[in-house]
Write a protein that binds this ligand. Structure first.
Ligand code: NAD
Length: 262
């Protein structure tokens, strides 16, 4: 145990599984207290197992990030349990896709409600909380994507939603610089999570591929030669949350095996 996050209290949205839960587990290992938010009324079995291992350091608060009063309730519950929030892992998102000419209003509203509106108001409300509590060493990590770096014919709404996250990261970093609160992003490439089962099935439909084929192809195309695991995000997530990154703000870090170069 290196305890690089000792004394921190992190709120992580969309962290009942996938990348968010892997990061919550890494934060706990590094000594942070964690408040996990996700849409389900009860913790998933995977989250329940982590909670059982860390009964004094992990709180679950059911939260739909599209509902602003629920974000307020999350912040209040987090503060009541572990004190002021020092760290935000702004992670909740959904995926959907269709050819651009068929990407309609319902899909737009659904994706933007979670990935942009939800992420923005979680960001804004947690930052307001950090400023009000004069938090020292405050750090926000917004989950972007390689999809936010470049458009895709079949994935227009999701790509646009992740480009918005990169932009909000830059604006919020500038707004928070006087308060010494850092705001950064992580742009993963392809990571094997529950989200990717859905991505693979949708590509199979629109590109007429067997199930599993898209996942195999994108993994082989990564310069490092394989699809990432959720734990492949944890090193960057811990570093950006830690005081070791105290001079880094307004950046979105590609954690993608070499897919995007900058
Ligand atoms: N898996 C990848 O290849 C990949 C690549 C790039 C970026 N990302 C991003 O990483 C983050 C985590 O993705 P993941 O792959 O772990 O996906 P995931 O589907 O496993 O996790 C997303 C979580 O968000 C939750 N969620 C959805 N809607 C919500 C809402 N309204 N309120 C609260 N929680 C809600 C889901 O329940 C789920 O637990 C996302 O922001 C995603 O866009 C993932």
């Amino acid at each position: 145990m290196t305890q690089r996050l000792s004394g921190k209290h992190a709120v992580l949205t969309g962290a009942a599984g996938g990348i968010g839960l892997a990061v919550a587990t890494a934060y706990l290992r590094e000594g942070a207290k964690c408040t996990v938010a996700d849409i389900g009324k009860n913790p998933t079995p995977e989250l329940a197992a982590v909670m059982a291992a860390h009964p004094d350091a992990l709180l679950y608060v059911p939260t739909d990030v599209t509902q602003l009063p629920q974000i307020d309730a999350l912040i209040a519950a987090a503060q009541a349990r572990f004190g002021a929030i020092t760290t935000l892992y702004n992670n909740a998102a959904i995926f959907d896709m269709a050819p651009l000419l068929e990407s309609g209003e319902a899909m737009y509203d659904k994706i933007f409600a979670v990935n942009v509106k939800g992420a923005f108001f979680v960001l804004q409300k947690v930052l307001a909380h950090m400023v009000a509590h004069q938090v020292q060493g405050g750090s926000v990590i917004n989950m972007a994507s390689q999809a936010g770096r470049r458009g895709e014919a079949l994935v227009s709404h999701y790509c646009a939603s992740k480009a918005a996250i990169i932009s909000y990261t830059q604006s919020a970093a500038l707004a928070m610089a006087p308060h010494k609160i850092r705001v950064n992003g992580i742009a993963p490439g392809v990571i094997a999570t529950p989200m990717w089962a859905n991505v693979d099935a949708l590509f199979a439909k629109y590109e007429n591929l067997p199930i599993g084929e898209k996942k195999k192809r994108v993994g082989e195309a990564v310069p490092l030669g394989y699809m990432g695991d959720p734990t492949d995000i944890c090193g960057a997530a811990v570093f950006l949350a830690s005081d070791e990154a105290s001079y880094i703000t307004a950046q979105t870090l590609n954690v993608d095996g070499g897919n995007v170069m900058s």
